[in-house]
Write a protein that binds this ligand. Structure first.
Ligand code: ZN
Length: 130
């Protein structure tokens, strides 16, 4: 990577380091459906204008905000948060990162694991013997 790309990446990550938590605070009481809608809209915007993040242009701010809001809404809904480009956001205060302890936010929804299916060896007839 050249120096300009390194600087551009540094600026993107440092601004996301600020913007994503700000959006998380704004959206922290939103319903999962509303957060999911934000994530979907953000993915669409980043998908169609993501090149503006790299090359600039009139959609650069829109793409950046969509990326930050998408990461924030995902961090608020996904068990374990979200990790992108080495940055991690989640709902666990003082989280150490993606490998940190992320308790299940919805333990009532966890179904017990089903019993394993029985396994039988089935011996097929030898085609040479027929
Ligand atoms: Zn975390």
């Amino acid at each position: 990577m050249d120096e300009a790309a390194d600087i551009q990446r540094f600026v993107l990550l440092e601004t996301l380091r600020l913007a994503v938590p700000m959006h998380m605070v704004e959206m922290r009481h939103w319903s999962p459906a509303a957060l999911s809608a934000v994530a979907g809209d953000s993915a669409e915007t980043v998908g169609s204008h993501g090149d503006a993040l790299q090359f600039g242009g009139k959609h650069c701010a829109e793409a950046f905000n969509a990326l930050a809001r998408g990461l924030a809404s995902t961090a608020l809904t996904a068990w374990g948060g979200v990790t992108w480009q080495g940055l991690h956001w989640c709902t666990v205060p003082d989280c150490v990162g993606p490998d940190g302890d992320h308790p299940n936010p919805f333990p009532e929804l966890v179904k017990p694991a089903p019993a394993p299916r029985p396994i039988f060896d089935l011996h097929l007839p030898d085609p040479e013997a027929a």
